[in-house]
Design a protein around this ligand. Structure first.
Ligand SMILES: [Zn+2]
Ligand SMILES: [Zn+2]
Length: 1124
């Protein structure tokens, strides 16, 4: 087989020179190996077993007549292998942890260690998974939930049998007398010593979690730890929080609606809130956060991913810049100018309205005017030209468009031009007048009236700041998140939460749980409007600006505004002052009617909700004499009777309360699952589940329950993930016989198909479009270049999926507010840079975290207890960040040093409040790193002999087994030119490590066998290289270093595309006996979490989860993305 792609790549490939210049500069990743040695894959077993690997194997299989190695227990010996195995176990320990919680509940055990629950999982992802699971299961005992499905199956089998059969065979024996050895010490014969015995009893009594135990051991073993210093009472320990520089928790009275609470409740309660101003002061005093914040004008960039890349930031004086001096003349947003367009060549003077001032990239000194284009009559498209407009043009009329461009300040040719916008009073003199807007609807140019547009934010009554000019001015973008009481949970779980984020943080920071700041938890029965009052007052102060001092002692001007409010769909409507979806209509962005909800041609610009128009309606409501008259007007426009209390702040609720893309899409996907499965018959269900079970899922995904029977237990991320593979599963096995006849006939008629066999591909296509839409919506970066525009692509994808859903499952998807909301997503993406920036998925997880803490309180005054706990957590984080305590001139830097104490490293490392901020530079694991940016390497899941054999590998390096390749890596990367004496290697299932990307950015990476990786290869002209991990290998070199390697098979582009289903590119997979490129690579080729997925292009020979080995073709699954 001739592989052209492979050859060209072979010549160019070299180890990521651009990325890590100081390692292996000129090493070829895929250089051709001389074919003088044929590999015959001879197996070498167990030549050189070292002591510690023996210990571990025995630990894994305690039943195998092995004795526990006494030395390793009594010594304080943590070989990396035994650590790995412990960690590996704990990783899959989440259900156990739940069990533990459940028992604690039962025992009424009050003073339990709260810290343990933050540590309950090893990664943020799993932590989140867990919360969602908990929300769904309503913290009921879900032990062994995963087995439920298997259990049901077994039950079915049992019920199927006709006769009672009581015969059985014992399978395994567990517990009982083991072949254990005995100890000789003071705790003989069962324990090596008294300490181990005491800990064993304590652990057994209180069901201590793995992480809690590990952390405690770290503390107890710390050389500075002194047991006699500890207080006897946990109350004394708890009181220590009062010495910390805590924030003030303010309270005010809030009314409690007696309808929502038991009758004995009081009608007024205290509501507790933190001040936004206190948070800002703290951020100014936090040297780990402050320098990373962005304060500046909007940025006009080709790659948009931050909030300041979006239109709201660019055009609002609250966040960006809206005025600029050019040649001693003052220009500001709203002004009209004559300028030379840079978009077209030649002398081309254009009219435009300044919307804001932007810069070409972060921290640039070059200023650009962000201009909304205006057209002369001659430029109008033919279909809107008319004699009437021609006559108007002779009378100074020009047309505003919706296109914007950024122009260099030097392009301004005439200072200002005077333009009369005809919805405003006519000025005495003017150069031009504008009465109409030219816009595109349904791919055609259209005209609407000038008042039908959002006014620029500067046209609000915003007072210009009058502060000393020499001070730095910092503008804060506040993102408010509100989570309602939620549908799940017992009454004491019913806790509304209000959180803020700072839009000035880069996306990577905003995506950390710890960077969601609590304003307060709303007591059950209290109203949002009542509770939020202190926040409104503080935000008004912020809008007007105040002076604060930063951590350098410099005075700075602080101002800011409410940039965005996010919530689930119905609550979001509340925040915008729009009735909820269950009313007749009620889109918060436009005035769509119920009849038009699924009209894809509905003109949303023409019917947009514009503040000045809505204000007129509110005025009408206010002036109406009777209550029913008020309600009629309100209902007519689907407005609430009063504006939302947040409208006391400067904002445009119809833009700045974006519809949440996460709930929106997850809701639609859920319905599509329902419809698809409803359309299938029993045979279809059976085949589907079989194929789903055997499918090559990305190895990082959690195992899910049966999507047909247990779909209700899925949380939104599960549904979105399943969507990424749904087209393939359906295409692999489902034919028209698996669908119900009436569905097949209906779709056949709807699409005028000649044959029923064509029907399944219509349904698959619906899923293809859904998967493509999800991918476009959750893109973390939108690219806009001349010939390519992600916002336009997004719009197209959403239109395609809408059309398909309405055609295939019209009845279900008609009149769905979620489907209509898709129409608004492209505009929301433009306003905030991306839709990820507006998504509430992570914010919801944060609220889940608070709800979960409820179990650890006495449930009497939840909002106070949880707020206080949050205060302690954020204060600890602040001190660990190196924050100032204004009470003391000098503070001991014990706190910051403590964060770098390698012994206690793990105590902070997997705690969300300190995550990823405090990686020590010293290698903390016993696996050697060849590059300083790769740290904390740990391996899990040691392969046993039979698995190594099964994979055609050997524990001994030889000319048949990787010796040539490993020698080359030692030579090229490790600069170790001597011959390899140690021939022993171990293989593992997975490897975890931390990569230091830039100054303070660390990523934790997990790689698993069977997973595809994307590798950056220098000189590959931007084309990604992909490979499949076959094994993770550790080799101990002659100096005793354990070095990590990846054994991989490369994917190569073979020029084909998946023409039947997706149009995605097809790759060939390098055969194991094909040595054209090196299979063995140093770990350092991977510096980010893999984000690719390949699906086998199955043939007739693929079945039962085993794929046709002769077919090396794989489809690059472009539906795949990482859910934030
Ligand atoms: Zn709408
Ligand atoms: Zn296959």
């Amino acid at each position: 087989m001739v592989k052209i792609t492979r050859k060209t790549l072979t010549q160019k490939a070299s180890l990521r020179q651009a990325v890590r210049s100081n390692i292996g500069k000129s090493i070829n990743l895929r250089k051709i190996i001389p074919h003088n040695e044929k590999s015959n894959l001879a197996l070498h077993s167990n030549s050189n077993m070292s002591n510690f690997s023996e210990y571990n194997i025995q630990n894994i299989i305690p039943n195998e007549n092995s004795s526990i190695n006494r030395d390793s227990l009594s010594r304080n010996n943590n070989s990396f292998l035994s650590q790995s195995i412990n960690n590996n176990k704990s990783e899959h320990n989440i259900n156990n942890n739940d069990q533990e919680k459940y028992f604690q509940e039962l025992n009424g055990y009050e003073n339990r260690n709260i810290i343990q629950e933050e540590n309950a999982s090893t990664s943020e992802n799993e932590e989140r998974d867990y919360y969602f699971q908990e929300l769904i299961d309503d913290e009921s005992n879900d032990i062994g939930n995963n087995d439920q499905e298997n259990y049901n199956q077994r039950l079915d089998e049992y019920e199927d049998s006709d006769e009672e059969d009581i015969s059985f065979i014992f399978k395994n024996k567990y517990d009982g007398f083991q072949n254990a050895s005995f100890y000789h010490g003071e705790a003989k014969p069962y324990f090596p010593n008294k300490s181990v015995m005491l800990m064993f009893i304590w652990y057994t009594k209180y069901m201590i979690g793995t992480h809690a135990y590990q952390d405690l051991v770290k503390i107890l073993q710390h050389p500075d730890f002194c047991a006699s210093d500890l207080p006897q009472s946990i109350t004394t320990l708890k009181q220590m929080r009062h010495n910390l520089p805590l924030m003030t928790l303010n309270s005010h009275n809030v009314k409690i609606n007696p309808m929502d609470t038991p009758s004995t409740s009081v009608s007024v309660k205290e509501g507790y809130t933190f001040s936004i101003l206190d948070y800002i002061q703290r951020i100014l005093n936090n040297p780990s956060i402050f320098p990373k914040l962005y304060f500046g004008p909007g940025v006009k960039t080709l790659e948009k991913f931050e909030l300041w890349h979006g239109q709201v930031w660019k055009e609002s004086p609250l966040f960006g810049e809206t005025s600029h001096m050019i040649k001693n003349e003052f220009y500001q947003a709203g002004d009209f100018i004559l300028y030379n367009s840079q978009e077209e060549a030649g002398d081309n003077q254009r009219l435009g309205q300044i919307n804001g001032i932007v810069i070409p990239k972060e921290n640039s000194f070059e200023k650009l005017l962000y201009v909304q284009k205006i057209m002369y009559y001659s430029d109008l498209p033919g279909n809107v030209k008319s004699s009437d407009r021609y006559i108007q043009s002779k009378n100074k009329a020009v047309w505003l468009t919706e296109n914007r461009e950024a122009i260099n300040v030097d392009c301004v040719v005439v200072h200002h031009v005077k333009v009369w916008l005809e919805n405003l009073p006519e000025p005495e003199n003017y150069d031009y007048r504008i009465g109409e807007i030219l816009y595109i609807h349904n791919n055609r140019s259209k005209i609407r009236q000038i008042h039908q547009q959002h006014q620029l934010p500067n046209q609000h009554n915003f007072q210009r700041l009058s502060f000393p000019l020499n001070l730095q001015h910092l503008k804060f973008f506040i993102d408010l998140y509100y989570d309602d009481f939620g549908a799940f949970g017992k009454s004491y779980h019913k806790l509304g939460g209000i959180y803020i984020q700072f839009g000035n943080m880069p996306l990577s920071m905003r995506q950390r749980l710890k960077n969601h700041f609590l304003i307060g938890l709303i007591p059950f029965g209290a109203k949002f409007a009542d509770f939020i009052k202190p926040f409104i007052q503080q935000m008004q102060i912020l809008q007007n600006g105040i002076i604060m001092t930063n951590y350098n002692g410099d005075k700075v001007i602080i101002s800011g505004g409410l940039g965005m409010c996010t919530a689930d769909l119905p609550q979001g409507n509340d925040l915008a002052g729009i009735r909820r979806h269950n009313a007749d209509h009620g889109c918060r962005t436009c005035e769509v009617t119920q009849e038009d909800l699924n009209n894809t041609y509905f003109d949303i610009q023409l019917n947009g909700r514009y503040c000045h128009i809505m204000d007129c309606y509110y005025k009408e409501i206010k002036q109406a004499s009777t209550k029913s008259a008020k309600e009629n007007i309100a209902k007519q426009h689907e407005l609430c009777l009063k504006k939302n209390i947040l409208d006391n702040l400067i904002r445009n609720p119809y833009i700045q309360v974006p519809q949440d893309p996460y709930h929106c899409l997850a809701g639609l996907v859920r319905r599509l699952f329902d419809e698809t499965f409803k359309s299938m018959n029993d045979e279809g269900h059976k085949i589907f589940v079989k194929i789903w079970r055997e499918f090559e899922m990305p190895s990082s995904w959690n195992r899910l329950q049966n999507p047909i029977t247990h779909r209700d237990s899925y949380w939104m991320n599960d549904s979105l993930r399943l969507t990424m593979i749904m087209p393939y599963i359906l295409a692999r096995a489902i034919n028209y016989k698996h669908y119900k006849t009436e569905i097949v006939n209906r779709v056949k008629d709807e699409y005028s198909l000649s044959n029923r066999t064509q029907v399944p591909s219509i349904i698959v296509d619906c899923w293809v479009k859904m998967a493509k839409a999800c991918k476009a919506v959750f893109k973390s970066t939108y690219i806009v270049v001349d010939e390519y525009n992600d916002y336009i692509l997004l719009k197209k994808r959403l239109e395609q999926v809408t059309e398909a859903l309405l055609k295939v499952f019209r009845e279900t998807f008609s009149n769905l507010p979620n489907l209509h909301a898709l129409r608004h997503l492209p505009e929301i993406a433009r306003n905030f840079g991306t839709l990820v920036n507006t998504s509430v998925s992570l914010k919801e997880a944060v609220h889940g975290l608070y709800k979960r803490t409820v179990l650890h309180t006495n449930k009497k005054d939840l909002s106070m207890d949880l707020s206080k706990r949050d205060n302690t957590l954020q204060t600890l984080r602040y001190l660990l960040d190196g924050g100032l305590d204004t009470r003391y001139d000098e503070i001991n830097n014990f706190f910051t040093n403590f964060a770098y104490d390698t012994i206690l490293h793990k105590l902070l490392d997997d705690w969300y409040i300190t995550e990823n901020g405090y990686i020590t530079t010293k290698n903390n694991s016993e696996i050697f790193s060849i590059h300083p940016d790769f740290q904390n390497i740990r391996v899990y899941g040691l392969w046993k002999q039979f698995k190594i054999q099964e994979q055609g590998l050997s524990t001994t390096l030889s000319t048949e087994n990787l010796l040539t390749e490993i020698t080359k890596i030692y030579k090229d990367v490790y600069k170790n030119f001597s011959a390899i004496i140690q021939r022993r290697v171990n293989y593992y299932d997975s490897i975890q490590f931390t990569v230091h990307l830039e100054s303070d950015v660390y990523v934790n990476i997990t790689l698993r066998v069977g997973e595809a990786i994307d590798v950056e290869v220098a000189d590959s002209h931007g084309e990604q290289s992909y490979a499949l991990i076959r094994a993770i290998m550790i080799h101990q070199d002659d100096s005793g270093n354990n070095n990590p390697f990846l054994l991989i098979d490369w994917f190569y582009r073979n020029g084909n595309v998946d023409s039947v289903l997706t149009g995605f590119p097809i790759y060939g997979l390098q055969r194991r006996d094909d040595d054209s490129w090196y299979h063995l690579q140093p770990l350092t080729i991977v510096d980010r979490q893999p984000r690719v997925h390949f699906v086998h292009k199955c043939t007739n020979l693929c079945s039962e989860g085993f794929h046709d080995k002769d077919n090396e073709e794989y489809i690059l699954n472009e539906f795949y993305y990482t859910i934030v």
